[in-house]
Design a protein around this ligand. Structure first.
Ligand code: CP
Length: 308
């Protein structure tokens, strides 16, 4: 039987192309399950999962919780804001206390890059990174590629542009790793101040002219400006950012071809994309969210098979 090459999901950087295909094929089966009237399978009745979130989340948190419930796992939810972390408890102590209650897997979102990698070296549980600072967001990249595969029939050879705040984006880095592994052509587009130096070393090209980037691509993945990670201004005003790097319907309709619009959420409507673009037939934003549940079911199921 096929299995993943890893026992944690810490980042796309640690996966290979076969891992991604296995996750997608497993997600295909779970997507069929969650579209049935009874959206549940008994696969993980013997597994307990802790969802520990040290940072805000809507989609990722609910999607993991639903994925775990649809697999019949037992779950506990931990929110740092209401926990003894506030009294000074360390991350390792916090997680080891949770694990002593017979927890098998930890899904963690943390503001510090590498928090999941650190944890995986110090605790006895399978760790799933649900976003670690500006580092990686592997399940987001998996659901993004899965959604491209669903919409366009495959990822290899497709032209994908990631637009916006590349510098602070874990979604951008994980997407670059995932798309490159699958043979897509990747461009990043945004203000020079929000493009990391030497990003070309990851096999991507840089374009600062949005119209050129959109005319080149099959898919545009529009990112949010991550003000919460900025301690200085990277562009003069939001209005000027939107004028240069925002997508509106007039721009979309004036392109040489019909492109697919993606966004990981949360959207700042009117900043990176206007509402009529977000809600247009070219947008697959809600398909991405729907696919997130099947992808997370696949990831949890495949990792759980390694601890059974
Ligand atoms: N895409 C994403 O990670 O959204 P949340 O921050 O709401 O989980």
């Amino acid at each position: 039987m096929s299995e993943l090459s890893v026992k944690h999901l810490l980042g796309i950087k640690y996966l290979n192309e076969k891992d991604i295909q296995l996750i997608f094929e497993t997600a295909d089966q779970f997507k069929e399950v969650i579209n049935r009237s009874i959206k549940k399978v008994p696969s993980l009745r013997d597994i307990t999962i802790a969802n520990i979130f040290f940072e805000n989340s809507t989609r990722t948190r609910l999607s993991f919780e639903l994925a775990e419930k649809r697999l019949s796992a037992d779950i506990v939810n931990f929110s740092a804001a209401q926990s003894s972390v506030k009294k000074g408890e360390t991350l390792i102590d916090t997680v080891n206390n949770i694990l002593s209650m017979k927890v098998d897997m930890v899904v963690m979102r943390h503001p510090n890059p590498g928090a999941g990698i650190f944890l995986s070296k110090h605790v006895k549980a399978s760790i799933v990174n649900a976003g670690d600072g500006a580092h990686e967001h592997p399940t987001q990249a998996l659901l993004d590629s899965y959604s491209i595969r669903e919409k366009l029939g495959g990822v290899a050879g497709k032209n994908v542009v990631i637009v916006g705040d590349i510098l602070h984006s874990r979604v951008a880095l994980s997407n670059i790793f995932a798309l490159k592994l699958q043979g897509a052509n990747v461009k990043v587009c945004g203000p020079k101040t929000l493009i990391p130096k030497h990003i070309e070393s990851l096999g991507v090209t840089v374009e600062t002219d949005l119209r050129k980037a959109l005319n080149w691509c099959d898919v545009a993945n529009m990112l949010r400006i991550q003000n919460e990670r900025m301690d200085i201004s990277y562009f003069p005003t939001t209005r000027e950012y939107t004028q240069q790097f925002g997508v509106n319907k007039k721009l979309l309709d004036s392109l040489d071809k019909e492109i697919v619009i993606m966004h990981p959420g949360p959207i700042n409507r009117g900043v990176e994309i206007t509402s009529d673009v977000a809600d247009s037939k070219q947008s697959i934003i809600l398909n991405q969210v729907e696919n997130g549940v099947a992808i997370r079911m696949a990831v949890i199921y495949l990792l759980a098979s390694k601890i059974k």
